[in-house]
Ligand binder design. Structure first.
Ligand SMILES: *Cc1c(COP(=O)(O)O)cnc(C)c1O
Length: 376
């Protein structure tokens, strides 16, 4: 939703984030709808193979959302009651709920304050005999490398599931991880809602395809030719509908323009804010192959800066209030000094591909004005 405008705020700056459509999405969606197949169908099959080609991986499993994708990936890793999943607290609640839904324990850890991403050493310290999975979050699109502790994780049978909901298009560094992308409304690539998993092995791909279809072993095509079907294990209703896949395909074919716009926008912010003593930019790794999802700064007196900018109609936000302090996750809480301090400093600036570098420069000036207003 746009904020009310006080007059001089550029229209696109009123949104913190927004879907970016190229035009042909509507026709593609209507065509898929008229084709009459509303579940996983030919569009989803094509989307999977086009995604695999784009990412340079052997296979991709399309799913209904990243949240469901994380849930399925954890199931594929055998996560169940009593297991521990090492995860940053600084993430969207969607990373945590699937862990809890499986009866497992989120073992919250601190991030690095410059990147808001977890570091190998903090992961190592959090490992217990109950650890089953490490779940890094690629905050802002930044790849998270756990290579330095990979042998130890492997030795202990601990798997890696990446929450790459904010990282579609960024260079992949974790070849031994199961990677989960989101195609939600405001992500780098949107299918309206949706997601995809890069499986680690062909066996895992088979398991994910079964589990996204309620644990049923036969495909829909096979099922209509027989009088029965087999449910051979747990499952969710998690396929990506063809109408969504059709939108995703249009977006994927034009992804490079969006990636370039996002990089240019992030750089315009970075240039405009460079050398400003009270502002530090969260380093999402632009220059190292990141397609940025957001532009987040750390500022003093954040709540007041947020209010001052909102009053001007500028779409600022906070992503995210930490999970270990949420009532739903209180039984898993532990002290996380870095996360708790930084949570009071972060501010997400308006960031979406319809914005121009001029819009970023205008917003950077407004941020500096808001900071000065604070000290006045
Ligand atoms: C958007 C997001 C999700 C959830 O993605 P959905 O596709 O909406 O389920 C999970 N984790 C992070 C970090 C996100 O930004």
């Amino acid at each position: 939703m746009p904020l009310p405008n006080d007059g001089d705020t550029p229209a696109s700056v009123r949104y913190n984030a927004r879907p970016y459509l190229h035009g042909p999405e509507t026709a593609a969606m209507a065509a898929a709808m008229e084709a009459g197949q509303y579940g996983h169908g030919p569009q989803a099959d094509l989307f999977e193979s086009e995604l695999a080609a784009y990412l340079g991986v052997p296979d991709v499993v399309a799913v209904s959302s990243a949240t469901t994708g994380i849930h399925l990936a954890l199931m594929a890793c055998g996560v169940g009651p009593g297991d521990e999943v090492i995860v940053p607290s600084q993430t969207f609640a969607a990373t945590i709920q699937p862990i809890v839904a499986l009866g497992a324990f989120p073992r919250f850890i601190d991030h690095h304050p410059d990147t808001l991403c977890i570091e190998p050493e903090a992961v190592r310290e959090a490992i217990t005999p109950a650890t089953r999975v490490v779940l890094p979050v690629l905050y802002g699109g930044r790849p998270v490398g756990l290579g330095s502790i990979a042998p130890e994780l492997e030795h202990r049978g601990i798997q890696v599931v990446e929450d790459a909901a904010q990282a579609f298009g960024s260079q992949r560094v974790a070849s031994r991880a199961t990677t989960v992308y989101s195609f939600g409304p405001i992500k780098q690539l949107t299918a309206l809602v949706g997601g995809a998993i890069v499986p680690r092995t062909t066996d895992q791909a088979d398991a994910l395809r079964r589990m996204r279809a309620l644990g049923i072993t036969s495909s829909q095509t096979q099922r209509i030719q027989t009088t029965t079907y087999t449910v051979d294990g747990p499952g969710l209703r998690g396929v990506l509908p063809d109408v969504n896949a059709a939108v995703g395909r249009v977006q994927l074919a034009r992804f490079d323009t969006v990636a370039a716009r996002r990089v240019a926008l992030w750089k315009a912010y970075a240039h405009a804010l460079h050398g400003t003593p009270d502002v530090s930019l969260v380093d999402v790794g632009v220059g190292d192959g990141t397609v940025p999802f957001n532009c987040v700064v750390r500022v003093p007196d954040r709540d007041r800066v947020h209010r001052t900018m909102q009053v001007r109609g500028i779409g600022v936000g906070v992503h995210y209030p930490p999970n270990h302090l949420q009532p739903a996750f209180a039984r898993f809480t532990r002290p996380l000094p870095v996360t708790e301090r930084v949570a009071g400093e972060i501010l997400s600036l308006p960031f979406h591909p319809a914005m121009t570098p001029d819009d970023a420069r205008w917003t950077a000036t407004a941020l500096l004005e808001a900071l000065t207003a604070n000290t006045a």
